[in-house]
Design a binder for this molecule. Structure first.
Ligand code: UDP
Length: 140
């Protein structure tokens, strides 16, 4: 298995409930290492840019409003098969479909306010990491 990096975001519903530590605990317990992290409030432009792939989807405007409604914690996670491993520990997009014991099953409030983001493929991970971090901000 190759060591890999992925982009994670702890979303505003989770920062609002002060459960970032609980989520990071799940990630670390899965063997993922936080090699970069910052807390910020996304601007509308940042949220629109980050989710540009979804701009024609009916949920886009609500998603941008949600993602700018409070602080987020953006992270680079590193580990063997980090992209797939993170997706596994996150669980399905809709918490109603998320496997028991996953972050979304245990913490998400709705299909929108689902507590975490994780890149869906190694190529996307590279782009998403570069969206938020400079190389020298990532310390492996
Ligand atoms: N989303 C939503 N309604 C939907 C589908 C998605 O509000 O019907 C939001 C949700 O916050 C999700 C994000 O849009 O995490 C991105 O959707 P995607 O399908 O890429 O899911 P993910 O990769 O986050 O599981």
């Amino acid at each position: 298995m190759a060591k890999e990096r992925t982009l994670s975001i702890i979303k505003p519903d989770a920062t609002q409930r002060n459960i970032t530590g609980k989520i990071i605990d799940r990630l670390e317990n899965a063997g993922l290492r936080v090699v970069a992290q910052k807390r910020l409030k996304l601007t509308k432009e940042q949220a629109e840019g980050f989710y540009a792939v979804h701009k024609e989807r009916p949920f886009f405007n609500d998603l941008v409003s949600f993602m700018t409604s409070g602080p987020v914690v953006v992270q680079v996670l590193e580990g063997d098969d980090a992209v797939a491993k993170n997706r596994e520990v996150m669980g399905a997009t809709n918490p109603a479909d998320a496997a028991p014991g996953t972050i979304r099953a245990d913490f998400a409030e709705s299909i929108e306010a689902n507590s975490v983001h994780g890149s869906d493929a190694p190529e996307t991970a590279e782009q998403e990491i570069a969206f938020f971090f400079k190389d020298d901000e990532i310390v492996g």
